[in-house]
Design a protein around this ligand. Structure first.
Ligand code: FAD
Ligand SMILES: O=C(O)[C@@H]1CCCC=N1
Length: 389
């Protein structure tokens, strides 16, 4: 007979970057914590895999800019604790119609928040960034604080730190049942676990996990084709030459943003992606084969990045979980205050993970969260539901 499982202070379901960061903060604050993951780690079936993500303070909403102030500090602390480099500063080039709403809002917010930025006029642009064609009428600015986050490395570093702090990870254990109560009971195929509180951070599986416990959120799951493009001259868009990350707003080709990161993980290949995709079931991601976004990217790359071969050399897959307003969900379950949810990261959540982990920990402890969580409340979808302060 195996000994009964202990009652944990907290169980975190889902070991992507958000759940792993929440687990890390719990363990750091002496909470006896279990992190459950359905797949054997590491895996590439969710949203946190792949080698790179953009980190930036350039946001049109002040609340994101404020959260990023702390997130940068927490990433630096994690780098120190883990003894590995997780961020590399390259700057972020933002391009978009000078008179367009998004470009103006972003520029205004950066100036309002006194973020370091450099505005480039067309002459300065072609002098400093000769291998990109700036569209006529587009403004260009650089968020100099921005750069590349090493995603896979960050995820394994956080999970390792969590274990060093005494946390327990059980992978290959899909949670199949959650019984709410003062002590929450969580069932996997292998075992039954109990905890005083539960954090649910299951990425694109959120609807599947939350609806059996009475919560239906308006989340859409999108498959993203992650495209890498070959440099005609190897190294011309390389991180080693400090080529910046970029975001293109309102391009001629696309109704959604296009973004890219310098060549890095696959030398000679630059990552350029479309910030949307086609709806999918997370358990059948590879069954979604729509590539209309790649056609949009080919036209954009051909026009604006003349130093790249305008056909992707590598296409990988990832998924977004998108809310109607593109803001996250960080809140208590409306009916169970000891169940805390982090979901709907809408394709831009990685850079916030240390601060998301911290506020999920604070909600679990019933503490006043260190950031205003009103933009992230479940009640914005369900006006009568209760929510975080
Ligand atoms: C192509 C792409 C580019 C992106 N670019 C950026 C960027 O530049 N900057 C940025 O900040 N963000 C970016 N993002 C967004 C960012 O990567 C995500 O917001 C973040 O990774 C979401 O993490 P998560 O932990 O919520 O989800 P996930 O990483 O998917 O983690 C959820 C985990 O829960 C597990 N799980 C699910 N159901 C169960 C269950 N029943 N039992 C046990 N475990 C379960 C899953 O297997 C998974 O491991 C990008 C995302 C993609 C896809
Ligand atoms: O979050 C980010 O910075 C990137 C780039 C813009 C679109 C989504 N992810």
């Amino acid at each position: 007979l195996s000994p009964p499982s202990p009652v944990y202070d907290c169980i975190v379901v889902g070991a992507g970057i958000q759940g792993s960061c929440a687990a890390y903060h719990l363990a750091k604050n002496q909470r006896k914590t279990l992190l459950l993951e359905q797949f054997v780690l590491p895996h590439s079936r969710g949203s946190s895999h792949g080698q790179t993500r953009i980190i930036r303070k350039a946001y049109k909403e002040d609340f994101y800019a404020h959260m990023m102030e702390e997130s940068y500090e927490l990433w630096a602390q994690l780098e120190k604790e883990a003894g590995v480099q997780l961020c590399r500063q390259t700057g972020l080039l933002l391009m978009g119609p000078e008179t367009g709403k998004d470009y103006q809002l972003m520029k205004d917010a950066m100036q309002r928040n006194k973020l370091p930025l450099v505005i480039l006029n067309p002459e300065e642009f072609s002098q400093h960034i000769p291998n990109v064609n700036l569209t006529g009428g587009d403004g260009a600015l650089v968020d100099t604080t921005a750069g590349v986050l090493y995603a896979d490395r960050a995820l394994s570093a956080v999970q390792r730190l969590f274990q060093v702090l005494g946390g327990v990870i059980k992978d290959g254990q899909k949670v199949t049942d959650i019984k709410p109560g003062p002590v929450v009971t969580v069932t996997t195929a292998a075992a039954v676990y109990q905890a005083k509180s539960l954090v649910i951070t299951v990425g694109t599986w959120a609807s599947k996990v939350l609806s059996p416990i009475g919560l239906n959120l308006p989340l859409q799951v999108l498959k993203i084709n992650v495209c890498y493009w070959k440099e005609k001259v190897a190294g011309s868009y390389s991180v080693n030459r400090r080529f910046p990350c970029f975001i293109q707003l309102e391009s001629q080709e696309a109704s959604h943003d296009i973004y890219g990161l310098p060549s890095n993980e696959y030398p000679g290949l630059m990552k350029v992606c479309y910030h949307t995709g086609s709806e999918t079931d997370p358990d059948d991601r590879d069954g979604q084969t729509d590539r209309s976004d790649v056609e949009i990217l080919k036209r954009y790359v051909s026009r604006c990045f003349p130093g790249l071969v305008p056909v992707p050399a590598v296409v990988e897959s990832c998924m977004y979980t998108v809310t109607p307003d593109l803001h996250f969900v960080l809140d208590y379950h409306p009916a169970h205050r000891n169940i805390v949810i982090g979901a709907g990261f809408s394709g831009h959540g990685f850079k916030f993970a240390p601060v998301v982990g911290k506020v999920l920990y604070e909600l679990t402890m019933g503490q006043v969260p260190s950031h205003d969580l009103s933009p992230f409340r479940i009640g914005r979808f369900q006006p009568h539901a209760g929510s975080a302060q």
